[in-house]
Write a new protein. Structure first.
Length: 476
């Protein structure tokens, strides 16, 4: 029966989409363009949630149907593929591949685990969680989880497979990878979905420092709670001794230097408190975070890694065979979300949804609205793609905030952050799936029991941080 579900969803999606279009077209308050935009958006949402076809392929639908229905032209739609945040993530993904291939991130994680200590089981759990979280701030959370998993399994076997410790050590990797990604703009795709949509809707760019103001406090608080939950009831000394990896290779040292400089340039491009930043000091006002990312990628292709090819030529820090393996599907998903946001504005649907949300939430305290958004998105993304969900919700939430006279970030950022806080099910995030599928010590009941508390903690932390740190009028 399961094999027939995709076909059923493939048929059901367009049928329901046409029904929605027909109902809204018969309503005088909806223009034909608004009705068509709603129908097309429903089709994308339905296929994204059911994965009737691959998510990146569904993301191409707006580029076909919006021009055919005369809602948005190709000149506007094509610009979405070159959006600065799509280029930023493309560059970030390629830098991640350089770190993965050279195993630089494994070196960093190894140092952090040793620095925190391996004397007790609790310290090991905290060490693995923090090491995974830090690496996930800068490179793919999937890659981080994959590289940490075999190390964790080796530790578990040395510790004689103690059940609670074994389960929680693996969950520390899965949860640390998701929580760490929250801290930085490139740490996880939902952050990018917010930044790209917000820059188009509000006409303001989100830089690394601005995101840090919200992402870093949420990440730190979540790690504190996660560490408490995972170490509660875990006792005993550890027999694990961290393996010596030998000296750093020239390849690893050079990748680390490039990535460190990249992070420094991201953080110092625009400085708060009127300090300017290098984009001001060097009179480069049009330089963006994407500029830095792409410059770093080019340097990776130019700088030798200290090894030679068979023909005697120098190998580089990054080659195209590795760079091309980035998740292009996520970039297509971002572009599809931007296309939907453009259609919302062009068709007038954004204003209509905004007015409806305003009337529905009239009299509600902003904190309660933020809690409802965080709770809904957190548990929705347990069973749907977190990136697709965030991409779909951004223009809707922005419309609701604007109609209520609030800055869009007040609704958009809680949703983006909550999309990365699904900890209960293996299908919720790639790191959850990796530790569930790669080791026998994590079962669904155990993940659900532990993840539920972390989900609820995430709702509280995200809601309070966003409410107190986001200005209702000026946003970030």
């Amino acid at each position: 029966m399961n094999t027939r579900l995709p076909l059923l969803f493939q048929i059901l999606g367009p049928v329901l989409s046409l029904i929605i279009y027909g109902i809204l077209s018969a309503n005088d308050s909806f223009s034909p363009e608004a009705a068509a935009t709603a129908g097309i958006t429903f089709l994308c949402a339905f296929w994204w949630c059911t994965e009737a076809i691959p998510i990146p392929v569904t993301s191409l639908i707006p580029f076909v149907l919006f021009p055919m229905t005369d809602i948005v032209g190709y000149k506007v739609l094509a610009g979405n593929f070159g959006h600065k945040f799509i280029l930023l993530f493309m560059g970030g993904f390629m830098l991640s591949r350089a770190a993965e291939k050279s195993k630089t991130h494994l070196r960093i994680a190894h140092l952090m685990v040793k620095g925190i200590g391996t004397e007790t089981n609790s310290k090991l759990i905290i060490g693995f969680m923090l090491a995974t979280a830090f690496c996930s701030m800068w490179i793919s959370n999937t890659a981080t989880a994959l590289i940490m998993l075999p190390v964790a399994i080796a530790v578990i076997k040395e510790n004689h497979n103690e059940p609670k410790f074994s389960t929680n050590l693996l969950l520390a990797i899965a949860y640390g990878a998701s929580i760490g990604g929250i801290a930085t703009l490139i740490g996880t795709p939902p952050n990018g979905a917010f930044a790209s949509a917000y820059s188009d809707i509000a006409g303001e760019a989100v830089d690394f420092v601005s995101w840090f103001k919200i992402g870093l406090p949420v990440s730190i608080l979540m790690l504190i709670v996660c560490g408490f939950i995972l170490t509660r009831g875990v006792s005993g000394n550890s027999s694990y001794e961290a393996e010596e990896l030998g000296p750093w290779t020239p390849w690893q040292k050079r990748v680390l230097v490039i990535m460190s400089l990249t992070a420094l340039l991201w953080v110092t491009r625009k400085l708060p408190f009127g300090l300017g930043g290098w984009s001001v000091w060097l009179n480069m006002p049009k330089a963006e975070d994407a500029t830095v990312a792409l410059l770093a990628v080019i340097c990776m292709f130019l700088i030798p890694n200290g090894e030679k090819n068979k023909n005697g030529t120098s190998k580089k820090l990054l080659d195209w065979e590795s760079a091309v393996q980035i998740p292009w599907g996520i970039l297509l998903l971002f572009a599809g979300g931007l296309a939907i946001a453009s259609a919302f504005n062009a068709s007038g649907l954004a204003g209509m949804i905004g007015n409806q949300l305003q009337s529905s939430t009239a009299g509600m305290h902003p904190l309660l609205i933020i809690v409802l958004i965080s709770f809904s998105v957190t548990f929705l993304t347990e069973i749907t793609s977190n990136t697709a969900t965030a991409t779909l919700l951004m223009p809707i939430l922005a419309a609701g905030a604007i109609s209520s006279g609030l800055n869009p970030t007040l609704y958009m950022i809680p949703a983006a952050l909550s999309a990365s806080c699904a900890f209960m099910l293996p299908i919720a995030t790639p790191p959850n799936a990796i530790v569930f599928g790669g080791a026998e010590w994590v079962t669904i009941p155990k993940m659900v029991r532990t993840g539920l508390w972390l989900n609820l903690a995430g709702v509280v932390i995200i809601s309070l941080v966003c409410y107190f740190l986001l200005d209702p009028q000026t946003g970030l």
